[in-house]
Design a protein around this ligand. Structure first.
Ligand code: CP
Length: 334
């Protein structure tokens, strides 16, 4: 069974081919390639872009989507194998995945980590449990990675740059009032290196490095693609000559589940905000963010309103890339 859980499991060639189809779908958005097919979209967390783009995308291909919010409008779910279910949730993923697989051709899930125990969350056990029990392809709509966002980021960069190989990408940590998921940062690192970019991870100090499994996977990607990966804690040299700045805030993993302690670190780094002075150090660089973004916290108004800001293009490309993904997983062609 071919799933889309992480781009680590997909080759650069397969991802590039998927993005080519996404480009064609952007030119010709409506067709009936998935007529009669369906997707169940499980949202354990809020969403605007992901929900809208998957729901609309399936309809534009002639299919049907069903949005479910377990614990709200659907039964709460247990994901642990062997759990004694005497708490609040009514249904195990074994049955839920089995039932949805009988009804639908695809299942997407958004399940943010629990922010209590990183040693548990880093296993991505929620989506892996769904994939184990499903008999249809499963799509990651953001867990501890956000591979659909990766597709949109790379599609947007290729539209602007053509080949992205050897272009300097800076993934910069930005300030935010509380520690956020590392998913988009993990994914940006994976995708930039997968496509041969020279990627710099800019973060305030080593406690903000990403989990070793993603640092190692990104290094392996860079070796295979001819790109590179380096870490910097120096803002000026990191921005210097950059072709692309990608911003995201995330929590320091050594303090995972202890936000008050993490705050003692975080409070010192408001100056990591992306502003026009920093962008002036780049090589007429482009800027993007996955959205949502707190203006004048993560990036200033003038950066968000600049011509070099690709955030809306990237959000739009979620739609086209995910349509190509659903077609790919169901073996449909244009
Ligand atoms: N970027 C992104 O996934 O947006 P939503 O959280 O609104 O889906």
């Amino acid at each position: 069974m071919k799933h889309f859980l992480s781009t680590i499991d997909w080759s650069q060639q397969d991802l590039a081919s998927l993005l080519r189809v996404a480009g064609e779908l952007k030119q010709h958005p409506i067709n009936a390639s998935l007529k009669g097919r369906s997707i169940a979209l499980l949202f354990l967390n809020p969403s605007m872009r992901t929900r809208t783009s998957f729901d609309l995308g399936m309809q534009q291909l002639g299919g049907i989507s069903i949005v479910l919010q377990p614990g709200k409008d659907a039964w709460g779910l247990e994901f642990e194998t062997g759990a004694i279910m005497d708490g609040d949730v009514e249904e195990h993923i074994a049955e839920a995945a089995g039932v949805l697989s009988r009804y639908c051709d695809l299942i997407g899930i958004r399940a943010f980590p629990g922010f209590v125990d990183w040693s548990k969350d880093r296993e991505d056990y929620v989506i892996r449990s769904l994939a184990k029990h499903a008999s249809v392809p499963v799509i990651n709509m953001e867990t501890i990675v956000h591979p659909c966002q990766e597709l949109a980021m790379m599609m947007t960069l290729q539209e602007r740059m053509g080949s992205v190989a050897k272009r300097k990408m800076v993934l910069t940590w930005t300030w935010h009032p509380r520690p956020l998921n590392t998913a988009v940062a993990n994914s940006a690192l994976l995708m930039g290196t997968k496509f041969g970019m020279d990627v710099t991870l800019l973060c305030p100090e080593p406690d903000y490095l990403l989990d070793a499994q993603f640092m190692e996977a990104a290094k392996a990607n860079a070796t295979a693609s001819g790109g590179s990966l380096q870490v910097s804690h120096d803002i000026e040299s990191a921005y210097d000559g950059a072709d692309f700045i990608y911003a995201k805030s995330w929590g320091a993993l050594p303090f995972y589940g202890r936000p008050e302690e993490e705050w003692e670190l975080r409070k010192n780094y408001r100056h990591f905000i992306v502003n026009k002075e920093k962008m002036a150090l780049t090589n007429n660089g482009l800027f993007s963010h996955c959205l949502p973004l707190r203006r004048n916290i993560k990036a200033t108004d003038d950066v968000m309103d600049a011509r070099y800001c690709l955030a809306l293009d990237e959000a739009e490309n979620r739609l086209h890339a995910q349509k190509a993904l659903m077609m790919n997983l169901l073996g449909a062609e244009l």
